[in-house]
Write a protein that binds this ligand. Structure first.
Ligand code: ATP
Ligand code: MG
Length: 437
């Protein structure tokens, strides 16, 4: 199962003549220099990288577009990303930008220099005070995101990272839709990760509320911090489910009565009576030393603005950060070919048909590539050599790439065919902002 979601940045890098085999040192999209691999998740690889122009360290999460396009996921992803980009809280990991190449989508994220909280707990359970400190930060982030209408739905220790000050950074907030699609069967999840954090109502597949499910997962996290092990665990998956559904767990003997009471409220198997995030704030165990983190909501927009963003389309996603400067989206081969790229909202088959039409009218031979992603146009005396590539950028947009090789620079027949015939036709296909709105 895991292999199906395996994503490599190297694949893209391999198409570039300027880089070697290893991903380290590769400059991604002319902007980020990749360093070491930080971790591998169920459907993505995460790399440490530096911004070439500013030197800023970031984390880059790379996932394959093929996965994302399966099942029309793009719309969901766009919406979630548009929300996620508006989340600004000291304890949620920032998403700086989203980039795309021919086959990958890259999430450029704030780097959590301290690694995973899991590694710290693995060295030994936390005191109640230290558990509380991290739990304060977690709830502060969760409360903020919930108030923005964003639910995590996959809170677990793996998604709790630590920065250089040993403060918490919750990752993957807002990316749940992505995961739903990549792993459409909720239980598939269990193949890759652990169901240990999943709320009973989710397992029962009865329908659930994002807020309540997050509270349950927070309960599991708090238990692990304070106890050093999972509340619901069994090497037999069915037995684990059974324990979760019955809400059956035992406190370690060192747990204080206040924490016991609090955990029972968090790990209440009935979502109706389970403690809410607002009640958590008032709980006696929790409230000790809690200071509300003041977050400016300036990034949140008016309803009007929000509804505009709800209709965010694939074009917006790609243009968020890189604009329509397509040169930034591709790692070029550095060859001397002339390359022209346009973004089109047309269907690949129709675009190919247009290209064929122009070529045939001029007596140019068209050799289509088997994968349907490209064609070679050849003049009868070898005086025209153009390769047309059509790559999906998003579910609605494609990049049409024309690479020309000419025997006599500047004024050959190929140039004429290109300038007078083919290019004008391609220009008619160029996507204009607003085409799809
Ligand atoms: P899932 O696929 O369910 O999200 P996961 O959280 O383990 O599982 P990823 O989110 O892909 O998978 O992350 C993989 C690993 O990469 C993380 O466990 C973490 O160790 C590391 N990582 C992810 N994001 C960052 C980041 N911003 N800074 C530092 N390390 C990170
Ligand atoms: Mg994650």
């Amino acid at each position: 199962m895991r292999e199906a979601y395996d994503v490599t940045v190297e694949e893209d890098a391999a198409s570039s003549a300027t880089v070697g085999e290893a991903s380290s040192g590769v400059v991604l999209l002319g902007k980020y220099r990749l360093k070491e691999l930080l971790g591998v998740g169920a459907f993505a690889k995460v790399y440490h990288a530096t911004n070439v122009s500013t030197g800023q360290s970031v984390a880059i999460k790379a996932l394959s577009k093929r996965e994302v396009f399966r099942g029309g996921l793009m719309e969901h992803v766009e919406r979630e990303i548009s929300i996620m980009r508006r989340l600004h809280h000291p304890h949620t990991l920032k998403l700086f930008e989203v980039l795309a190449s021919k086959s990958k989508i890259y999430f450029v994220l704030e780097l959590a220099k301290g690694g995973e909280l899991f590694d710290k707990v693995a060295q030994g359970r936390f005191s109640e005070d230290l558990s509380r400190r991290y739990f304060h930060q977690l709830i502060s982030a969760v409360r903020y995101c919930h108030s923005a209408g964003v639910f995590h739905r996959d809170l677990k220790l793996d998604n709790l990272l630590i920065d250089e000050n040993m403060d918490l950074k919750v990752s993957d907030f807002g990316l749940s839709a992505l995961k739903d699609h990549v792993r459409p069967d909720g239980l598939l999840h269990t193949v890759c990760g652990t169901p240990a954090y999943v709320a009973p109502e989710m397992l029962a597949k009865k329908g659930y509320e994002g807020a309540k499910v997050d509270v349950w997962s927070c309960g599991v996290i708090l238990f692990v911090l304070a106890a050093g092990y999972l509340p619901f665990n069994d090497h037999n998956l069915a037995a684990m489910y059974w324990k979760i559904c019955r809400g059956q767990f035992r406190f370690p003997r060192w747990t204080s009565p206040e924490l016991r009471r609090f955990l029972s409220r968090l790990l209440d198997k009935n979502p109706e009576t389970r403690i809410t995030v607002d009640e958590i704030i008032r709980d006696p165990w929790f409230s000790k030393g809690y200071r509300e983190v003041r977050v400016q909501h300036k990034e949140f927009e008016s309803d009007h603005e929000q509804s505009r963003h709800r209709g965010l389309n694939a074009f917006d996603l790609i243009s968020f950060s890189s604009g329509l400067d397509m040169s930034g989206l591709f790692t070029d081969s550095g060859s001397s070919d002339c390359v022209e790229r346009i973004v089109s909202g047309g269907k690949p088959a129709n675009i190919m048909e247009k290209v064929e039409g122009v070529a045939k009218a001029e007596g140019v031979i068209v050799r289509k590539e088997a994968n349907g992603e490209g064609a070679k146009l050849e003049g009868q005396r070898g005086n025209i050599m153009i390769r047309i590539g059509i790559y999906r950028l998003t579910d609605k947009l494609v990049v049409v790439e024309a690479k020309r090789r000419e025997r006599r620079a500047g004024n050959g027949k190929g140039t004429k065919f290109w300038e007078d015939k083919l290019n004008p036709e391609l220009q008619r296909l160029v996507y204009k902002a607003g085409d799809q709105k």
